[in-house]
Design a protein around this ligand. Structure first.
Ligand code: NAD
Ligand code: UDP
Length: 343
C-alpha cells in the first residue's frame, strides 16, 4: 500500500493519506453531499481509505475546503461545488446525503434556505438515486423527536416538534426528508437508509458554528466565560465523530431501511458538561448564565438497541477520550489563528 501511495505521490507531487487498493469490481462510486462539512469530511476520509471513488457535492455554505483539501488531486476523489437545491446527474452506486446546515445558529440564520436544502435538496438526491439505482442514506437527526416527552428516545417515538418555532425549519425539514425517503422506497423501490444522528463532536467542527462542544472548548481555552443558555439543566448525549462514521457505513451497507438512532447514550446536563470541559482543559474560565433558547429540547438521549441488534454497532470512543482529541484540535486551530494574526 505504501509503495502504491509513494508512486502516486511521485506522479502528482503530493503525499496523500494511505488508501487500500481495490480493483474496479470492488470499488464503489460514492457520492457524499455535504462532504466538506464536519461529519462529511470524516466520512470521506474513511471511504477514501477503503479505496472507493468518492465525489463530494458541497456549496461551502457551512463546510470548508480545508476539511477535504488533503484529497484534492487524488485520482479517486472529485469535488463538485454545487447546491443540492439544483438537480445534478452523476453515475454513482451509493449516496450519503448529508448536505444541510446542522448547528442551531447556522440553520436559523436563513430558515428558508434550510427548508429548501432539506426538502428540495433531498428530493433531488432521491430522484438521482432512483434514476441511477443508487443506495440512498439520509443523515436525519434526533431533532425529529423535538422536545421529547419520552426518555430515552427510541425510533418508535413520533416526536414533539413545534411546527412554527425557531427550530422548525430544521426539524420539519428533516422530518419531511424522512417522509420523502420512505415514499421513494415504497413508490419507486429506491433502497433507503435513515440515520437519526444525535449530538456529535470532534475535530473539524467549525469554530464559529455555535454548538455547545465547540463553544465550551474554545471558551475554556481562551479563559472566557463559558456560556450556558438557561440554567443548564437541559441534557444532551455526546458521540465522537469516528463512531458516527462507522455507524453510517454499517447502515449504508446493511439491508436496514427503518430509521436507526446513532448516538452515544452518555448523557450530561449542560451545566455538568461545562464543568467537565473546563476541568479537562484545566481552565479557570467563569460560568456565565445566558437567556435560554426558545424551544430548546430539555432532555435528549438515544435508545440504541436497534443499532446494536440490527447493525452490531455500539459507540467505542468514551466521551472523555473524544473531548481530549477535540481539545487538542482546537488548541492547534487557535495557535494557527494567532500566528496568522501576528503576520
Ligand atoms: P456541517 O455544517 O459541518 O456540514 C454540512 C455540510 O453541508 C457543509 O459542508 C455545507 O457546506 C453543506 N451544505 C449545506 N447546505 C448545502 C446545499 N444546499 N448544497 C450543498 N451543500 C450544502 O454539519 P455536520 O455536523 O457535518 O452535519 C452533517 C449532517 O449530519 C447534516 O445533514 C446534519 O443535519 C446531520 N446531523 C449532524 C449532527 C451533529 O451533531 N453533527 C446531528 C444530527 C444530524
Ligand atoms: N448551549 C449552551 N451554550 C452554548 C451552546 C449551546 O448552553 O454556548 C446549549 C443549548 O442551549 C442546548 C445544548 O447546549 O441546550 C446543545 O446545543 P447545540 O447547539 O450544541 O445543539 P442542539 O442539541 O441544541 O441542536
Amino acid at each position: 500500500l505504501l509503495t502504491l501511495n509513494k508512486e502516486l505521490a511521485l506522479q502528482v507531487g503530493k503525499v496523500y493519506p494511505p488508501t487500500e487498493y481495490r480493483n474496479a469490481g470492488e470499488r464503489k462510486k460514492i457520492l457524499v453531499t455535504g462532504g466538506a462539512g464536519f461529519v462529511g469530511s470524516h466520512l470521506v476520509d474513511a471511504l477514501m481509505a477503503q479505496g472507493h471513488e468518492v465525489t463530494v457535492v458541497d456549496n461551502f455554505y457551512t463546510g470548508r475546503r480545508q476539511n477535504i483539501e488533503h484529497w484534492v488531486g487524488h485520482p479517486n476523489f472529485q469535488l463538485i461545488v454545487h447546491d443540492v437545491q439544483e438537480p445534478i446527474f452523476l453515475q454513482v452506486d451509493q449516496i450519503y446525503h448529508l448536505a444541510s446546515p446542522a448547528s442551531p445558529p447556522h440553520y436559523q440564520h436563513n430558515p428558508i434556505k434550510t427548508i429548501k436544502t432539506n426538502a428540495v435538496g433531498t428530493l433531488n438526491m432521491l430522484g438521482l438515486a432512483r434514476r441511477v439505482k443508487a443506495e440512498f442514506l439520509l443523515a436525519s437527526t434526533s431533532e425529529v423527536y423535538g422536545d421529547p416527552e419520552v426518555h430515552p428516545q427510541p425510533e418508535s417515538y413520533w416526536g414533539h416538534v413545534n411546527p412554527i418555532g425557531p427550530r422548525a425549519c430544521y426539524d420539519e425539514g428533516k422530518r419531511v426528508a424522512e417522509t420523502m425517503a420512505v415514499a421513494y422506497q415504497q413508490q419507486e423501490q429506491v433502497s433507503i437508509h435513515i440515520a437519526r444522528i444525535f449530538n456529535t463532536f470532534g475535530p473539524r467542527m467549525h469554530p464559529n458554528d455555535g454548538r455547545v462542544v465547540s463553544n465550551f472548548i474554545i471558551q475554556a481555552l481562551q479563559g472566557k466565560p463559558i456560556t450556558i443558555y438557561g440554567e443548564g439543566q437541559q441534557t444532551r448525549s455526546f458521540q465522537y465523530v469516528s463512531d458516527l462514521v462507522s455507524g453510517l457505513m454499517k447502515l449504508m451497507n446493511s439491508n436496514v431501511s427503518v430509521p436507526v438512532n446513532l448516538g452515544n447514550p452518555d448523557e450530561y446536563s449542560i451545566l455538568d458538561f461545562a464543568t467537565f470541559v473546563r476541568d479537562e482543559v484545566a481552565s479557570d474560565a467563569a460560568i456565565a448564565f445566558m437567556p435560554a433558547s426558545r424551544d430548546d429540547p430539555q432532555r435528549r438521549k438515544p435508545d440504541i438497541l436497534r443499532a446494536e441488534q440490527l447493525l452490531g454497532w455500539t459507540p467505542q470512543v468514551p466521551v472523555r477520550e473524544g473531548i481530549h482529541k477535540t481539545i487538542e484540535y482546537f488548541r492547534r486551530e487557535l495557535r494557527l489563528d494567532m500566528s496568522l494574526n501576528a503576520l
